[in-house]
Design a protein around this ligand. Sequence first.
Ligand SMILES: [Zn+2]
Length: 236
Amino acid sequence: MGSFFSDVLSQDPRFHSRKPLNDLDLLEPVTGGLVQQVMQEAATLGISLMVFETYRSQDRQLDLYDQGKSQLHTVGVHHYGLACDLVRDVCGQPSWQGDFSFLRLIARHRKLIWGGDWGNPCQAHTFYDAVHLQRCSVARQVALFRGEWYPDENYDPYEDLEENGSITLMASAEEEEWERLPELPRPVAQNATRTGHPSLFKTSRAGAPAPHRLLVGGAGLVSTRTISTGLNETRL
Ligand SMILES: [Zn+2]
């Protein structure tokens, strides 16, 4: 059966583009709609965002690798129209500066996985990509890259995480946190441990399998470098 990747992206003349592309039409339609909703929600918080990159070719990924801007030779979820990088719009120019942790709750609300926590704020991640959103759980990436799976319009990556034994369910307290978002102080720093706020998150279910390893990019590569916010060199 066809997919947006096989039917649209792979037929597009930009399939091998070496330039960053920010066309929302290159996102799988549900993903594109959710990305637009994220931007609108950020705007209600007074944060102006712009799309920096949607689809990415393998050719561009190799260029980024050769330039030392990515540690991954194999293109990841961006290649499948399921990932988007949103950066700040500062006078019409893209900016990676500042805190992007506001995206955590907005992305969760819109059922997109944020590269700041990979859908699981309770688990430490070694790869932090604050401007990255994707509509695919990390656990599902291997099947995506192999061409064995593509999300349907009802796919929810958080349900997927839950079914894969992960521990990311939005607890009712976090839903309340969402409701109060405009009044909240600035979000916590990335990678902060949440031991001080145990009530906000559900903890591991008894007997649940260990959370999957973080797989980023293609071919199951795992980054070991911690990416701090504000960097624009790393493209996931
Ligand atoms: Zn990205």
